[in-house]
Design a protein around this ligand. Structure first.
Ligand SMILES: [Zn+2]
Length: 413
């Protein structure tokens, strides 16, 4: 069945618009004065803002919602690493699935229509996370496009057997290969192994990179070099990159040409980055969020994402990408209408581009993954993360949230 959305406000446009959808794609965008065709399912937006479906380009479903069983005592990065390692020894496939489903369903209700989840593979978990998350791809295809990024969280050269487990996970159905080189005693070799697996499976690459605020040199040049060596342009995505926040504008600018040439995408993960960075600062604590607004201005592919939900790395959050938009705008001091538009793009069309999803956005012929928000402008959506939303996946309404408040009758404002 075809859907027609009428009287919608669109980002960056004045007046109201009608959007016709055919076979899961946007077929027509016309001023709202035109009459909707008959025999269509019509959704009257009543002037509300319609944006492309939210994209969570970097999340860890397998270690989400661990805080109740492992609450923070010290609240430090080393405690997070150590206790999460302990937690994963107790995971079962059913347990991972239960937590993952909770987040996926919340995300669909929030309007997220695509998500890249990292899937931990190592000698402790072996393929348990993959066994848990792989079936969810099909199970939730009605509401969300799920990419599985096979991920070596514990290092590779220091964890014998990991390389083969990564290969096995890719053979099972992984979409992307990645690692966290900063935990590996030989980060350069870690990066090379990941690129070798990417060649073998012809898949995209995703690193957790340049995250710790220590004095170790940037690994970005190594990733750029490998990307160019293998002609892997536009197939590499880097999460965190908090070290970029510590560069002077001149130092940052020096990376722009090679980042562009390599087509590397950079994701800021502000909820985790703000919480974990600069712990040694005694006052006026640095923020440690990659300056993705400036990178976007220079033409680099950028996005934002959730990373963790309610675990020791990020003891808060609910998977709502609009709240991450608000957080980013506050941290990077983005207050103009144009910069709010940019933030929203970083959580939708730009995030989609960063993880290789084609045909995304509100344009004719693009996929009709959309979300209607209880807001009449981009700034209002950014500022309030409204609760009432309608999620549309490939032209079908898949979720509608409606928040009801009941006041006592004698209360007057
Ligand atoms: Zn991550």
């Amino acid at each position: 069945m075809n859907l027609q959305i009428i009287n919608a406000t669109l980002p960056g446009k004045t007046n109201y618009w009608n959007i016709a959808i055919d076979n899961g794609r946007i077929s027509k965008i016309t001023p709202a004065k035109s009459t909707p065709e008959i025999n269509e399912t019509v959704l009257d937006a009543q002037g509300k803002l319609l944006i492309p479906g939210l994209v969570d380009a970097h999340i860890h479903l397998d270690k989400a919602l661990l805080l109740d069983r492992y609450p923070a005592v010290e609240g430090t990065f080393s405690e997070a690493l150590q206790k999460t390692l302990q937690a994963k020894q107790e995971y079962t496939v059913a347990d991972i699935q239960t937590r993952a489903k909770t987040i996926i369903e919340k995300a669909i209700a929030f309007g997220t229509t695509a998500m890249r989840t990292h899937v931990e593979v190592d000698p402790i978990l072996k393929l348990k996370s993959m066994q848990a998350l792989l079936p969810l791809k099909e199970e939730y295809a009605w509401g969300i496009t799920l990419q599985l990024a096979v991920f070596a969280q514990e290092g590779i050269t220091n964890q014998p057997g990991t390389t083969n487990l990564l290969r096995e996970a890719m053979a099972m159905g992984g979409n992307v290969i990645g690692s966290a080189p900063y935990v590996d005693p030989n980060p350069q070799e870690n990066i090379r192994i990941i690129f070798a697996i990417a060649q073998e499976f012809n898949c995209d690459v995703d690193f957790h990179l340049d995250f710790l605020d220590d004095n170790a040199p940037l690994l970005l040049p190594v990733v750029i070099e490998e990307t160019l060596k293998y002609n892997w342009q536009h197939r590499v995505c880097l999460g965190h990159m908090t070290k970029l926040a510590g560069l002077t504008p001149t130092e940052l600018a020096a990376f722009i040409p090679s980042l562009k040439e390599a087509g590397i995408a950079i994701l800021a993960l502000p909820a985790t980055d703000l919480y974990m960075m600069a712990r040694q600062d005694t006052h006026n604590v640095r923020r440690g969020v990659a300056p993705i607004d400036r990178l976007a201005e220079s033409g680099i592919k950028v996005g934002i994402a959730t990373n963790n939900v309610q675990n020791l790395f990020t003891p808060f959050g609910d998977g709502d990408m609009l709240k991450i938009c608000t957080l980013l705008a506050q941290v990077l001091q983005l207050g103009t209408t144009a910069s709010h538009q940019l933030c929203l793009e970083m959580a939708t069309s730009r995030a989609a581009q960063a993880i290789g999803i084609q045909d995304y956005g509100i344009e004719v012929d693009k996929i009709a993954d959309l979300v209607l928000l209880e807001a009449n402008s981009v700034s209002a959506a950014m500022g309030t993360a409204p609760l009432n939303r309608t999620t549309i996946k490939e032209g079908h309404i898949v979720a509608q949230s409606q928040c009801a408040v009941k006041f006592k009758e004698n209360i007057r404002f």
